[in-house]
Every structure is written in C-alpha cells, then in structure tokens.
Design a protein around this ligand. Structure first.
Ligand code: PA5
Length: 444
C-alpha cells in the first residue's frame, strides 16, 4: 500500500532546507517525550499507540452495534460537540457521495446535533425525525457538556414518545467516560449499550476510539481499513526525523512560525474535505493556542474561496503559510465534451478530465501564492478512501503532539475552553453559580 507524502520544496525558497532540518533535534526530543511520557500532559497520551492496540474483536463489536442501528434506523443522530463530533463528521463527509443526503443508497443518514444551541436547528431536526425511524449515538467524554446533554434530552424524549421506552433503549448508544459524569449514570440506569472513551485520550484525539468508529461504521464505511491506515502511519511516524512525515511537518510549521508566519491555512480542492479542515482546526487550535503563543489555524475550500479569500491570500499581510491537501486520483471520472459551436470558448479543454483542470488550478495557485510570499506545504493522498483518511488523521495527530512540544506548551489540555461555560452558567443561574451570577449581572 502507498503512503501519504509531504512535500516541502515550496517552503525552501523562504526558509532553507538546512534551517528546517535544524529542528530535527527538537523534534526528536519531542518525539521521545511523547513515547516515554515525560512531557507536559503525559496523562493524555492514549492516542499515540491507539491504532495498533485496536483488536479485531473490538472492531467486530463496534460493527455489530452499527449493524443493529443500521437495521432499525433511517437516520442516526450523533449528539456531540468538539472532539466528540468533528472526527466522525470529517470522515463521513470525506468518504460520502456529496449528494447522499438526497439519495437512498441503503445506508442510514448520519445527522449531528449537540454541536450548537440553535433552537431553529433543534426544532427543524425534531420535525424531520418525527417522520423517520431514528436512533441516537450520544457522545460526551465528560458526560456533562451542556450542548450535548440538551440535545440528547430533546432527542431521547422524542424517541421514547415515538417508539416507547423499551424500544428506545435498543436504539440509543452512549459513548462516555468509564465511571464519571451524568451520561454514565444515566446510561447505567437506562441500560444503554455503552462504549468507553479511555481516560488518557482527549476529545480532539479520539477519532480512532468508538467516538469516531461507531458513527463511521453506521454510515457504511470500512472502519477496519480506516484503522489499518492509521496503523501504517503510526509505524511511519515512529521513525527517525527524515522518514517521519509528522516530524517534518512539525519542524516546518515551527520554523515558519519563528519567522513571523502566524497563520496556517489548510487548503483543499475537494469540498468533501471541508470538515477535515474543521477537525484539523480544532486539533491544532485547541492544542497550541495557549500561553499567548500558537499558529492560528484557518482553512479555505478551493477553488471556491479563490473567488472570496484569494485576494487576501495573494496580497494581504504576509503572515501566512498554507498546507494543501492534494488528492492524486479522484474516485470519479468526468471528461469535458467537445462542442461544435464552442461559444463558451472551452474547446481547448475538450477531452480532458475535470480533475486535470482542477490540478492545473492547484498548481497555478501554488505558484501564484509562492510568488506572492506564501510558503506552501503539500500533503498528497493517493486517493480519498478509508485507508488514506486513517493515515491522514493520525499524521495530523502525531504532527500536533510533536509540534506542541517543540513550541513548549502542553498540547493536551484546553484550560481556555472553560471560561465561556462559567459565564453561561452564571447567566443561566445554574445552582452553585450564585456568586458568579451576581458578579456578571453587574457587568451587563
Ligand atoms: O477536545 C476536547 O477535549 C473538546 O473539544 C471536547 O471534545 C468537547 O468540549 C466536548 O467534550 P465532551 O466530550 O466532554 O462532551
């Protein structure tokens, strides 16, 4: 099997190769800290050897649960937010037919809730579910996240009204901490099928646990291939600096950051990768953005956004670099037809595949951006399938762990995420927040 590859040539014009490779020692020491568990946040390293520790038996159990939901449900709603949402969404979107929501392809539709608190969203979702047979996968590591718990309360009530409490129990799966949290208590009481999110795997590193695996399997994708891809990348990323794509990525982005490139834009040329960028933004943003440092992770879908953000990227403040995810071979083939009248002037493209045009847009944009002062990294996937997406996600996780340690921060905590919750609870007068409620009211 091929591997995804990383191309750095279009960075070397900005930072000499030797300077980037000068980060080898730092990256190798970061790698050692990860593997020996001697760095900050070392109680959250369960993701590191996770792919190779997943057993066939465990995957078969996940597949059996998925099959049970698939056999009963036209729609399965995944309730979760952040790391309990984005991994599954990213993989399902990347692998799905773009228009599968309009088609009956034999797979249940996987929808998401609990990643916002929009009354319209929840109301519209529940109105839709009234007309469908549905099930729920409720995902929350802490088991106490307000967005998720709120969505689950509404969905559970609706499901129980529709099919009765007994049947609802067979259509609800909870994925949460082994012991702690309201979701664990509720699941035990209700007798739901549950999976554990290991203590030592943080939310944004959890896509290779049932958090990602179960929804991906419900959507009809091959989780064994997904895990196999991640295992291959786990092996690749345990090698020495020059062979280790995650270390090369970490070195390059840290070298660029040190030279004032404060923003990294993740670029794709296939819109079905949009949520891979959203997942990546959480992974890198939440891992590195702390202690007043960290590259700001942004993303664009091209060529769409060349007609909106293209101007800024080409000529705005020169504090950016870009990382392109390139797909060597798309799944489908569309050949551009000849037209006798050629009124649109496109006959010079006749006989070519649409992807040839897309690739020339990619190449032309790369050259334009490099000319405009934007260093360009490229990650090439041979194809968009379960195996290579598994490789890609593990590659980014390992790159993030190494990069965070090179940057000198703890890439596995997220202390800043609590601040909005404290204010929201104070404003909602949650019991226990009386003092905070009084204080925040004075500020309104
Ligand atoms: O990466 C993280 O830790 C967060 O994004 C969490 O996944 C998110 O806040 C949801 O938390 P929980 O799974 O506890 O509901």
């Amino acid at each position: 099997m091929e591997k995804i590859s990383i191309q750095l040539e279009k960075v070397f014009g900005f930072i000499p190769k030797e300077e980037i490779y000068g980060y080898a020692a730092k990256c190798e020491s970061a790698q050692e800290m990860l593997h020996k568990g001697t760095g900050k946040g070392n109680d959250f390293l369960g993701w590191l050897n996770l792919p190779s520790s997943i057993t066939e038996e465990f995957l078969n159990d996940v597949l059996a649960t998925a099959e049970s939901l698939r056999s009963k449900c036209e729609v399965v709603v995944v309730a979760g937010i952040g790391g309990s949402y984005l991994g599954a969404k990213a993989v399902i979107d990347a692998l799905s037919n773009t228009f599968s929501w309009m088609q009956n392809d034999g797979n249940p539709k996987v929808l998401f809730a609990g990643h916002n608190i929009s009354e319209d969203y929840l109301s519209e979702l529940m109105a839709l579910l009234q007309t469908k047979s549905f099930g729920i996968i409720n995902i929350s590591k802490s088991g106490t996240t307000t967005e998720t718990a709120l969505a689950f309360r509404l969905l559970k009530t609706l499901l129980e009204e529709k099919v009765g409490k007994e049947e609802a129990r067979t259509r609800i799966v909870a994925i949460t901490d082994a012991k702690r949290g309201a979701l664990r208590t509720l699941s035990t009481q209700e007798g739901y099928k549950t999976y554990v999110i290991p203590d030592n795997v943080g939310g944004r590193y959890s896509v290779l646990t049932p958090v990602g695996l179960l929804p991906i399997a419900v959507a009809g994708f091959d989780i064994k291939q997904f895990v196999a891809g991640a295992v291959a990348m786990e092996e690749q990323c345990a090698t020495s600096f020059e062979e280790n794509p995650a270390a090369l990525y970490a070195a390059t982005r840290n070298a660029l950051y040190a030279q004032g490139k404060k923003i990294e834009i993740l670029v794709n040329y296939h819109p079905k990768l949009h949520f891979v960028s959203e997942w990546w933004k959480q992974l890198y943003g939440e891992s590195e953005g702390k202690e007043n440092v960290g590259i700001f992770p942004a993303s664009v879908d091209l060529t769409t956004d060349l007609h909106s953000m293209g101007q800024w990227i080409q000529q705005g403040e020169r504090t950016i670099f870009e990382t392109v995810i390139s797909i060597a071979q798309p799944k489908e083939t569309v050949v551009i037809p000849q037209d006798e009248e050629n009124l649109d002037g496109l006959n010079f493209l006749a006989g070519k595949r649409v992807d040839q045009v897309n690739k020339m847009a990619e190449l032309g944009t790369q050259i334009a951006h490099v000319d405009g002062g934007v260093p360009n990294l490229k990650i090439v996937l041979p194809e968009l399938n379960e195996y290579y997406i598994g490789q890609l996600l593990y590659f980014f996780e390992k790159g993030c762990g190494i990069s965070g340690y090179v940057l000198g921060i703890n890439p596995f905590d997220q202390p800043g995420v609590e601040d909005y919750k404290r204010n929201m609870f104070a404003l909602l007068e949650k019991p226990g927040y009386e003092e905070a409620s009084a204080a925040i009211r004075k500020r309104l």
